[in-house]
Structure formats: C-alpha cells, structure tokens
Design a binder for this molecule. Structure first.
Ligand SMILES: [Zn+2]
Ligand SMILES: [Zn+2]
Length: 287
C-alpha cells in the first residue's frame, strides 16, 4: 500500500487542479493521497468528485504557524472543515492582508505620518492590498521620494519601524484547534534548514506534550542525518513518523509518491481522527 500524505493543488500553490491531482496520484500507483493545501480546504470537494476508483483521499491542510520567530508548517488531517474556531483561524491567516495593512498604517500614524486606510485602499484599487501600496502612499505624502525608499528599516522593510508580520498561528494553538475539530497534526518538514531557521527540539518536545501527533521525517528537504535525528526524537517523544512528497505539480521537482508513509502509521492517524473520514474512490475497496 502506497500512501502519500502531503500534496498541494491549485487551491494553494500547486499546479495540478484538485481533480488532476487525484488522477495523477492514481496514475502514480498511490493507494492513499492527502490533499493538504496551505491554510485552505477549498480543493477538497473537487478532489472528492474526481476521485478515481481504488484511490482513497485524506482531506487536510498545511497550516502556517510561527513560534520563537520561526515560521513552521503543521499538517492537519481529517479535521471537520466546518468547525468554526479552526475555520476562523484559517481565514485569518489567508485574509490577513487588510488587517496587516491597517496595522502598518496605525504604526505609521504613531510615527506621525498622516497616511489613512482610505488613501491606501484607493491606491490598491482592485489589487490585493500590500506593502507596495502603503509605500506609494508615503511617496504621495512626500515622506519618501520613491517606493523603494519606503522599504528601509526606518519604514516598511522586514523588521522596520512600521512593519507588521504576516499573521501565522501559534502552533500550540493550532494543535489545540485541530484536535478540537477532530483532526490529527503532523509537524511538516521540521528540519528543512534550507528554508531558514528551524524549531528547536525542546519546542518539538513541548508540542508533543501539547498533543502533536507526529513529525514528517522522509521529505525531500531532509538529508539522511536529519532524518536519523528526527526518527530518534520521534521515538523518544512517542510521535508518529510520516513520509511524503510535498508535491506541488510542476512548481517543484518532487514527484507523487517520492516518499511514503507506513500503512501502520496511516492506520493510527485514521484511528485518532474523528472530524472527517478518508474518502474511498467510487467503486474502490477503500482503506
Ligand atoms: Zn510546508
Ligand atoms: Zn507543503
């Protein structure tokens, strides 16, 4: 049985539509595939509708979290997609652009810059409001000569005086929310050092104590020593160990089923979850 528990579709930053993803998963010889788009479940219905015979779909999402100033991803499986608290948190992460822009405007006001939300919204027009629009407002107001000059520590650069971080969920809160929605959590690619700083083992131990179910070990961003270290840590902490492709279609080089999860671990995930159930493809045996 071949099980791939981490895949993206066009519902976030993958290039396969959800329907293409499940067809490609079946063609790749997978028995189980999880759809885990970033902070959204909106691809689920299409994937279910297109599910080929013999393939089972695990519904999920990959949640954007941050702890100790380090961004991290939390895979959440088989939670109830309608559960209001978790749904609100996913929306907050996705729809953070406006509150974030307003936060930066408030900081600018505190710094004595008379920029307003109305001004920035006018500049953004139909586009998704972001820092470049606030920067243009600063140019209009004569605060800086060019948009580029607004992207300094004095103003809007990362860590700058008027900068506001993207909203990302505290992972302890995320674990709690997913559990309350009947789901199971797995820390995605915890040792992917290429992506920046990683979360400490002490924090992973605390997350395990707080109810984290597992860690993704076999992943393209982990070298052999990292995998060995994570396997040891998972053993110590009693965490499940998963492997998965983190497939993004043609956006990344990994292929479906490049890494897989042990059927026993998959079985344990499905036993723990009660927010949703794996969906067997029409006419398939189901697993
Ligand atoms: Zn990720
Ligand atoms: Zn991913």
């Amino acid at each position: 049985m071949r099980i791939d528990l981490h895949c993206h579709s066009t519902a976030s930053d993958g290039t396969d539509t959800p329907a293409e993803l499940v067809r490609n998963a079946a063609a790749a010889g997978l028995d189980v595939v999880a759809l885990t788009d970033h902070d959204t479940t909106r691809g689920h219905a299409e994937a279910v509708a297109a599910l080929p015979e013999g393939l089972t779909l695990v519904t999920g999402a990959e949640l954007s979290c941050r702890v100790d100033g380090v961004s991290m991803h939390l895979l959440a499986y088989l939670f109830d997609p309608e559960e209001p608290a978790l749904l609100a948190e996913r929306e907050l992460v996705r729809d953070d652009r406006v509150p974030r822009a307003k936060g930066m405007i408030a900081k600018l006001n505190e710094l004595g810059v008379p920029v307003t939300w109305e001004q920035v919204a006018r500049i953004a027009g139909d586009g998704s409001v972001g820092r470049p629009h606030i920067a243009s407002a600063l140019v209009e107001l004569g605060v800086v000569p060019t948009v580029g000059d607004a992207f300094t520590e004095e103003w809007l650069a990362d860590g700058g005086r008027a900068f506001v971080e993207k909203h990302e969920t505290d992972p302890f809160e995320a674990v709690r929310l997913v559990k309350a929605a009947g789901g199971v959590t797995v820390f995605a690619h915890p040792a992917a050092a290429k992506r920046g700083r990683t979360v400490s083992e002490a924090r992973i131990a605390e997350l395990a104590a707080a109810g984290l179910d597992g860690v993704e070990v076999d992943h393209m961003d982990h070298d052999e020593p990292a995998r060995a270290r994570l396997r040891g840590l998972a053993g110590e902490l009693g965490l499940l160990v998963t492997g998965s492709s983190d497939y993004h279609g043609s956006r990344k080089t990994c292929v479906l089923g490049e890494y897989t999860t042990d059927p026993e671990v998959y079985g344990e995930i499905t036993r723990r979850a009660f927010g949703a159930f794996p969906v067997p493809g029409a006419g398939g045996a189901g697993v």
